[in-house]
Design a protein around this ligand. Structure first.
Ligand SMILES: Nc1ncnc2c1ncn2[C@@H]1O[C@H](COP(=O)(O)OP(=O)(O)OP(=O)(O)O)[C@@H](O)[C@H]1O
Ligand SMILES: [Mg+2]
Length: 481
């Protein structure tokens, strides 16, 4: 990774370039300069740039055109627009086109620095996210972004990582990403599923055996530790490993040496260890099923993968990702996405099986889908109705009430005309409120098994207005009461 972030300044005023450039260098950035938009594009083609700062009025290619070209070719690259005082309209226009932010001349030094620092942090996050997506790791929620930054920090260290998380949250995928991002990536990644190996075979699986060590050992065989030499050993479902094996494992990890079963020679290896479990190891320790010393040895860095219900915001991205994947695999090129109503159902489901469950649901829905978009009817029936005890339903009702209040406040704002017909705050608020409203109604409907009367009571609105709203939002009544 680069030490310093590189910033491109595009401005036709030599003096401004010089002053800004000097300031950015003092703030710890590397700086590239361009006199016009064309030069800026040429510089971008040849250099890695983290942030662009561009004036609007420039010869050849102006700032707005430059912005358009950048958002089309490198949408992850943040562009900060420089505007003269009193040209807020153009600044707003630039933001709509995808500019990261704008600064007005004359510059306030601190404000300028803040905007650039923020853009550079954003650039880093976006680059990292892009890189993770290439590895098949999808998600932009704060929880996933912080997982990415831990991967970045620990991937290329020898430290043991313990990945915890419910079933289907992506533990194996993360383990592979850690390996791929380390300098061991061209060495083996060996996975041992501790749950799948019979108890009395674990030792010989892990450490190998010598000829004649037990009946049937007609040749000698290296174990997984040896196979992983120089690379990464991934001990999946570590919580399932029998206590008597845990002592041997601890020694092998600590000393990086062991003996094969039936062997006397000590074998040394260089192995990076990653372990994963969906059990609560602290509880296992209390119940004496897991050794505390092994736990501390494994738990040098812990990565807790959030369940999908804690990062609902990632659902649309994941859905898009899986639709793309199964379009090819299932030869369903006609299907382009998921309809709004079906997406609401997906957003409201609690996903006890996490991403694996979502993946399976999308695969199944693609098979059933005859149109261009997956419809509610293509989803498995048990997804369309969630059992009444679904988590978050009380919160849903509470925020439903809040949403109603917000709507009233919205009315009190009055009709403020917005500058030159831009999309105003009011409209944005209305759109956001409608989205929240829809989500809450879907959730409440699921909670009551589609019973409109009960749903209306739950949401504290009349049955009639619920029906009107459902009609407006294109929600069908699942069942008449
Ligand atoms: N962030 C993600 N982006 C895209 N796909 C993901 C993500 N996380 C997991 N998946 C997919 O979900 C499925 C389950 O992931 P994985 O096998 O890594 O989960 P796990 O936590 O190891 O589950 P288990 O505890 O059941 O073994 C895989 O097909 C994986 O590709
Ligand atoms: Mg797994």
């Amino acid at each position: 990774m680069r030490e310093k972030k590189q910033i491109l300044i595009a401005d036709d005023e030599a003096n401004l370039r010089r002053v800004l450039g000097a300031q950015l260098q003092r703030d710890g950035y590397d700086v590239l300069m361009a006199e016009d938009g064309e030069q800026a594009l040429a510089t971008l083609a040849e250099n890695h740039v983290d942030v662009v700062i561009s004036d609007l009025r420039m010869p050849k290619l102006d700032g707005m055109q430059l912005l358009k070209r950048i958002t089309a070719s490198q949408p992850e690259l943040p562009v900060i627009i420089i505007t003269a005082h009193g040209t807020v309209d153009t600044a707003v226009e630039a933001l709509k086109l995808g500019a990261f932010d704008y600064v007005t001349k004359p510059f306030d030094r601190t404000e300028f620095k803040n905007v650039v620092d923020k853009a550079s942090r954003t650039a880093e996050l976006r680059q990292r996210e892009g890189e993770m997506a290439e590895r098949g790791l999808i998600g932009q929620s704060p929880a996933m972004l912080s997982i990415y930054s831990v991967i970045e920090k620990v991937a290329d260290t020898p430290s043991t990582v313990l990945i915890t998380g419910e079933s289907g949250t992506g533990k194996e995928l993360i383990a592979r990403a850690l390996h791929e991002k380390s300098s061991r990536h061209d060495k083996p990644f060996i996975r041992v599923n501790c749950a799948a190996i019979p108890r009395d075979l674990i030792e010989s699986e892990l450490f190998g055996y010598e000829k004649g060590a037990f009946t049937g050992a007609v040749t000698s065989k290296p174990g997984r530790f040896e196979l992983a030499d120089g690379g990464t050993l991934f001990l999946d479902e570590i919580g399932e490993i029998p206590v008597n094996m845990q002592v041997k494992l601890l020694r092998a990890i600590q000393e990086q040496e062991f003996e094969r079963v039936g062997g006397i020679k000590t074998i040394e290896v260089d192995v990076r260890l990653i372990a994963a479990t969906n059990r609560d190891l602290a509880q296992e320790i209390k119940e004496q099923r897991f050794r505390e010393d092994l736990y501390y040895r494994l738990n040098v860095v812990q990565m807790r993968l959030p369940p999908l219900r804690e990062r609902q915001g990632d659902i649309p991205l994941l859905v898009e990702h899986f639709v793309k994947r199964f379009r090819e695999r299932l030869k369903k090129s006609r299907v382009v996405g998921v309809g709004d109503a079906a997406m609401e159902v997906l957003l409201a489901h609690p996903w006890p099986g996490n991403i694996r469950e979502l993946e399976n649901v999308i695969e199944r829905a693609m098979l059933f889908c005859d149109g261009e978009r997956i419809d509610v009817g293509d989803l498995p029936p048990d997804l369309r109705v969630t059992p009444p005890s679904s988590p978050g339903s009380h919160a849903a009702v509470a925020s439903a009430r809040r949403a109603e209040i917000d709507e009233d406040d919205d009315e009190d704002l009055g009709e403020e005309p917005t500058a030159s017909g831009e999309i105003g705050l009011k409209e944005l608020v209305r759109e956001a409120a409608a989205k929240v409203e829809r989500e809450l109604i879907v959730r409440a409907l699921q909670q009551t098994g589609g019973n409109v009367t009960h749903t209306a009571r739950l949401l504290k609105i009349s049955r009639k207005s619920l029906q009107t709203k459902m009609k407006e939002l294109g929600l069908r009544e699942a069942r008449e009461d």
